[in-house]
Design a protein around this ligand. Structure first.
Ligand code: B12
Ligand code: SF4
Length: 494
């Protein structure tokens, strides 16, 4: 059996990092871990190929080669997914789809032969048996969420690592909290399930053996969702890192209450965690209450600073559009982002994702306007907000244009570098020539051709004097700022 695994294309959004990746000579930020995991669940005798449309185009010869096509998607990839399904069906292929989009939007994709709802660890083996017997069904959905003990090491070797800026692994699924807008708890549940330490070590071994060095994204919804197990895991990661001479730096997502646990923060530092994405959402208490985000209590600014003091750059998500947002919400968000020195602030407008508590409430209140685009940064409102919609969109754009103005962005980045002391410098994963090429691309684009070149050189001079040993890191941040600014220009027609 020949299986073609296809990851559809992402649109050009903030999260695509499309204006930043070419500087590093990369085509995509992360590999499609869902598909690499699906591949590892297939019989070893089956042949398999991965085509990530964010890395290269789909050729007719790819489709001709396959007996079965398997595709995965988030909502934002749905147009590309539909196109892929149509192309493959036109060539008479059996098409199987899964992932978050179809899991929450069941009636989508009538042309697909088989739809997998939720996690595939137990349903895919069932499908393979059914296929052998000729008794396949259209929809597969497990009665229970599988324990992660049955999740195999992903087939990392299928991804052409040189095209990605980071590799991904997953330790846990689910989150114990109950945020109203969140679909994670609907898809993956509120009881976080984790892998064992030995499973995690096997994944790190696999990445290492396939030659990966550099950033590893632990893609958990909330890495500290099961603190007891994480406390047991971190010493093993720290030990693994030391034995291998620190080949990886970790990036993950966690809830803000991470700041309350200093021993855990210390363990993360020793394991090589350098970046953490927090769901801060808003500095407005009433809006946090509305969102049922009770874990974001206390002084959020202090929480961010404490995490930064353990050498971790804080990235964070912010939301505007809550019913309780005051008139000055936009200024308050800007002030918070500035004071917290979060260079990469992912600000979005509240979106009602399908099958969430928010979706159900807005539907009852008659405020739902339709499907979500799955993308909370494109100013597409899928519900009637309390604030005047035009004011909400203009206010949102004013946040983005202010925080990604070069002077603001570079100031925050310098503050962040200052607040995140490092015990050991991130490994330079560039060869000599590719390092020179990346440096040249950055300095020519940002320091010569760009209209904001003066700000760039001011930033470069400050960062170079104070953080010379972290040059790869501060240049990476400079190009990320450039990416956000370019997208702002695109969205606001500047
Ligand atoms: C890593 C990640 C990213 C990475 C992308 C990685 C990549 N290349 O795929 C980045 C950071 C770029 C990203 C961006 C975004 N993301 Co994202 N992301 C994730 C995250 C945290 C982990 C994904 C992952 O690797 N999971 C691990 C794998 C093993 O799990 P899985 O994909 O679910 O796969 C399992 C099953 O679903 C199933 N399965 C999956 N595919 C298939 C296919 C077949 C054929 C079969 C049989 C089964 C199957 O089997 C697998 C094993 O059980 C998820 C949350 C989550 N828990 O999954 C959010 C998540 C997928 N992202 C989400 C969103 C909304 C976004 C953004 C739109 C955010 C934004 N506001 O802009 C952007 C969109 C990207 C863009 N360019 O515009 C939502 C999707 C909601 C939805 N219903 O579509 C999620 C669920 C999180 C959330 N609630 O916010 N994301
Ligand atoms: S903390 Fe994050 S993952 Fe957990 S419920 Fe809230 S939004 Fe969802």
């Amino acid at each position: 059996m020949k299986v073609l695994l296809i990851n559809p294309e992402f649109p050009d959004t903030y999260w695509s990092f499309r204006h930043a990746l070419p500087f590093e000579g990369k085509r995509c930020a992360f590999p499609p871990l869902g598909l690499l995991t699906v591949s590892a669940l297939l019989p070893r005798t089956w042949e398999r190929r991965l085509v990530d449309l964010n890395v290269r185009k789909l050729r007719s010869s790819d489709i001709e080669w396959a007996d079965i096509v398997m595709a995965s998607a988030m909502i934002v990839q749905k147009d590309s997914l539909e196109h892929v399904v149509r192309q493959c069906k036109a060539r008479g292929k059996r098409v199987v789809v899964g992932g978050p989009y179809v899991s929450t939007t069941l009636e989508a994709l009538p042309e697909a032969d088989h739809i997998f709802v939720g996690e595939a660890e137990t349903t895919l083996p069932q499908f393979i048996e059914d296929l052998e017997r000729g008794t396949t069904k259209r929809t597969y959905e497990a009665a229970e969420r599988p324990p992660l003990a049955v999740t195999p090491v992903a087939d990392f070797y299928l991804a052409n690592m040189k095209h990605y800026s980071a590799m991904s692994v997953q330790y846990s699924r689910g989150c114990p909290f109950n945020c109203e807008f969140c679909d994670i708890i609907e898809i993956y549940g509120r009881v976080p399930r984790t892998k064992s330490n030995s499973q995690m070590m096997a994944e790190l071994d696999a990445l290492y053996a396939h030659g990966w060095r550099g950033t590893v994204f632990i893609v958990d919804d909330n890495f500290i969702g099961n603190k007891k197990n994480v406390r047991r895991l971190l010493p093993d990661i720290a030990d693994w890192q030391k034995r291998h001479d620190y080949p990886f730096t970790f990036l993950t997502e966690a809830s803000v209450n991470l700041a309350d646990d200093e021993p855990l923060l210390e363990n993360m530092r020793q394991s090589g965690f350098r970046r953490v994405f927090l769901g801060i959402e808003t500095p407005v208490e009433e809006s946090l209450k509305e969102a049922q985000k009770t874990q974001n209590r206390g002084n959020l600014l202090d929480s961010v600073k404490r995490i930064q003091s353990y050498g971790m750059e804080v990235m964070a998500g912010f939301i505007v559009g809550f019913d309780n947002d005051p008139e000055d919400i936009f200024e308050r968000q800007i002030k918070f982002i500035r004071e917290s020195a979060i260079p990469l602030a992912m600000v979005g407008i509240l979106t009602a994702l399908p099958d969430t508590q928010l979706w159900r409430r807005l539907s009852q209140e008659g405020r739902l306007l339709g499907e979500s685009s799955g993308e909370n940064t494109n100013c597409h409102l899928n519900f009637v907000p309390k604030m005047d919609p035009a004011r909400l969109i203009a206010g949102y754009q004013s946040i983005m244009c202010t925080i990604y103005k070069s002077s603001e962005y570079y100031r925050r980045t310098l503050d962040s570098l200052k607040r995140t002391p490092q015990e050991w410098a991130e490994k330079n994963t560039y060869g000599f020539l590719s390092g020179i090429a990346a440096f040249t691309r950055i300095t020519v684009r940002l320091g010569v051709l760009d209209s904001e070149r003066k700000e760039f050189w001011r930033f470069f001079a400050h960062a170079f004097v104070k953080h010379r040993d972290r040059m790869a890191e501060f240049l990476r941040l400079a190009v990320m700022g450039y990416h956000f600014r370019k997208l702002n220009d695109m969205y606001t027609g500047a």
